[in-house]
Design a protein around this ligand. Sequence first.
Ligand SMILES: [Zn+2]
Length: 205
Amino acid sequence: MLKSALLLTFTLAACTRAGAPDISSYAAEHDGLSRLCNNPALLGEVLDDISNGQCGIDNPVAVHVVAGVELSTPATLNCRTANSLANWVENDAQDAVKNLRSRITGMRVLASYACRTRNSQSGARLSEHALGNAIDFGSFTLANGTVLSIEDDWRRRNKEGTAIRALVDSACGPFGTVLGPDADRFHQDNLHLDTAEYRGGAYCR
Ligand SMILES: [Zn+2]
């Protein structure tokens, strides 16, 4: 009797989570992925420290899944940036695309850790990518099959354009730097997000 009451309680508790991404079942389906950075929303692999001249990351992680959203390729980041990504996806990104009556299920990663200068220009300052502080996205796939692309949808005056601009806006806050097509010629087809902190506050274009 007590046992069945406990089971019922457990079942009801599980039901209240319906609608939230089922991270535990994803982990079960993808053997070998670990919870990262003490954050249940982050699944992937713990990596060895990276050190390469001025570039590198202490305690890097390779993020595969963020709040139930699958990354197209694992993103190598530090935990501060991985946690910012989880915070954005969980609390802001899904809400930003709600006018499309669907959910983000996949994100196309164009870059994460890379030992290079800003925009790969010779003589430029070291990129935040070289410290594991940055990630670039090209497009976002929704559960209904829609793909929102930075390059194709940014300037469209339709609901997809509205959604992707809202999505980019929503990253300002979780990330201190947000660079999209309105920033410069280097970001016409990608969204750059990083967690660098500047005295002037967030820089979002
Ligand atoms: Zn970038």
